[in-house]
Ligand binder design. Structure first.
Ligand code: SIN
Length: 517
């Protein structure tokens, strides 16, 4: 443990000194913070105990900015997952029987601890995921907000009394926790995608086995350590990582797991959905998007540029709600393309710890190769690169923020999620055409429109086949609003009061013989 912490600090020091850019005092404070950190963990959590893989195998966690190894974590599989499920199953009766106020207090304490360790968690996110520190700190607040919100919602799980159809009966609806939840989370938000699932699950009285991405497990483990410190009892929250197919399969096929919540690729989501059929368990899926960002002639140019920039380049384009197609009306197209490219050109690329950097590396080499293949495909079909279009001179997995024009619907850039810093521009003439292009996809997560016309705002928002619509705004995620997609972007909603329903069963109780004296 101590060795792992020291290794982390050493790596951080060497990494910072090679970058030469952050100030010396900044380097000192980052390293000192992590050195004294009480949150760093590099083992799995089962039944309240930190443990390694049963066969002793480990896997490396790398810094995507430098390639350096940050830590080794256990390469767990089916056996460890089954034990984690058993510990969650055993913890369920007592956790679910606590009063809502008791569970709420635990969650509130967890929230407070996350916020009081915001700096260290932000640094861990930047270290293992690569996003700029400012954005990582934003993720900590965003992630914590789900715990705070659901700590409050725990107290508002109301049932119902239904007017009876016979006078000797009384009809009730109870809401009860579904049971053990398997939460499978992605690397692009190492904290927030966990808290968005675990917050409501725990608030409802469920217990959880989390499988974070193998690329970013350290933030998940730190969050779990804080959950223990907050007094969340052993077994209520478990974390396993390693062999993803084996862990996923154990969660999906176990009759003790009553619900799967997954955020990740559409391909994996489909497999999980097929897998849960065997045990008929509930599943919510937050899958890939192909977000249109429609800029109408009547939009305010500055608002549209700022909004499209935020929607496209958040986390270097690596979010499911990132604008994937910027669809611009012909009257404003040239002006928008020029102003947007200028803004994109100003985005500073670099290591996430460097002051002023707003675009970090992509998560790994495969991600860069995917971007390259999409760019190649678009060029071969007649698109034009007006900015970027290649790997960044920093090397590693850094890619230049890119703007591509003359993109058509048959190009990969328009058909699939690029998950990188590439903005493809498409042109349209009429509102009907914009809606047709926007809906011409199997995905349906987020969409953005920029217009100053109120009637159009309503018309287009209603016509878009998407779960979320941003109007004159590129950053719309919040803990208080429902997040989720339609079509092949998923099932169910996370966040908000609706997010609780995913973890609750309705039970109808009919009380008879009421007229007996
Ligand atoms: C995601 O990319 O899956 C989540 C993005 C968000 O919460 O805004």
């Amino acid at each position: 443990m101590r060795v792992a912490r020291l290794a982390l600090c050493k790596i951080l020091f060497s990494h910072l000194s090679r970058m030469h850019r952050p100030s010396a005092s900044r380097q000192m404070s980052i390293a000192a913070g992590l050195k004294n950190s009480s949150i760093f963990q590099s083992q799995g959590l089962i039944g309240g105990k930190w443990i390694g893989a049963y066969n002793g195998k480990t896997l490396q966690v790398n810094n995507p900015s430098t390639g350096e190894v940050i830590a080794d974590v256990p390469l767990m599989g089916r056996r460890e997952t089954n034990d984690a499920i058993s510990s969650a199953y055993d913890a369920f009766p007592s956790w679910s029987k606590l009063t809502a106020a008791e569970r709420s207090r635990c969650l509130r304490k967890w929230y407070d601890l996350i916020m009081s360790h915001k700096e260290e968690l932000g640094q861990l996110i930047t270290l293992e995921q690569g996003k700029p520190l400012k954005e990582a700190l934003g993720e900590v607040s965003y992630g914590a907000s789900f715990i705070e919100f659901f700590a409050e919602e725990a107290k508002r799980v109301y049932g119902d009394i239904i007017p009876a159809t016979l006078d000797d009966r009384r009809l009730f609806v109870l809401k009860q926790p579904v049971g053990v939840v398997g939460a499978i989370t992605p690397w692009n938000f190492p904290l927030a995608m966990i808290t968005r699932k675990v917050g409501p699950a725990l608030a409802c009285g469920c217990t959880v086995v989390v499988k974070p991405s193998e690329l970013t497990p350290l933030t998940a483990l730190a969050a779990a350590e804080l959950a223990l410190q907050a007094g969340i009892p052993p077994g209520v929250l478990n974390v396993v990582m390693g062999n993803a197919p084996d862990i996923g399969d154990a969660l999906v096929t176990s009759p003790q797991v009553r619900k799967i919540s997954f955020t990740g690729s559409t391909a994996v989501g489909k497999k999980l959905m097929a897998g849960v059929a065997g045990t008929v368990k509930r599943i919510s899926l937050e899958l890939g998007g192909n977000a249109p960002c429609i800029v109408f002639d009547d939009a305010d140019l500055d608002v549209a540029v700022k909004g499209a920039l935020a929607a496209k380049f958040r986390n270097s384009g690596q979010t499911c709600v990132c604008a994937n197609r910027v669809i611009v009306q012909e009257g404003i197209y040239e002006k928008f393309a020029a102003a947007f490219s200028k803004a994109v050109q100003n985005l500073q690329v670099g290591d996430g710890f460097t002051e002023g950097v707003v675009q970090g590396p992509l998560i790994n080499e495969a991600a860069v190769q995917k971007v390259e293949s999409f760019i190649q495909d678009s060029i071969s079909k007649g698109a034009k690169i007006i900015l970027g279009g290649k790997r960044h001179s920093l090397g590693m997995t850094f890619y230049e923020p890119t703007v591509v024009t003359d993109v058509r619907s048959d190009m990969l850039l328009a058909r699939e999620e690029v998950f990188g810093p590439v903005a493809p521009l498409m042109r349209f003439k009429t509102e009907e055409e914009a809606i047709r292009i926007a809906n011409d996809t199997n995905a349906g997560l987020a969409a953005y429109i920029f217009t100053n016309n109120v009637q159009r705002t309503w018309r287009v928002s209603e016509a878009l086949e998407y779960g979320l619509v941003g109007v004159n705004e590129g950053l719309i995620s919040t803990e208080v609003a429902p997040f989720g997609g339609v079509k092949q972007s998923g099932l169910g909603r996370e966040g908000s009061k609706y997010g609780m329903d995913e973890y609750l069963e309705l039970k109808y109780v009919c009380l008879g013989d009421m007229n007996r004296k």
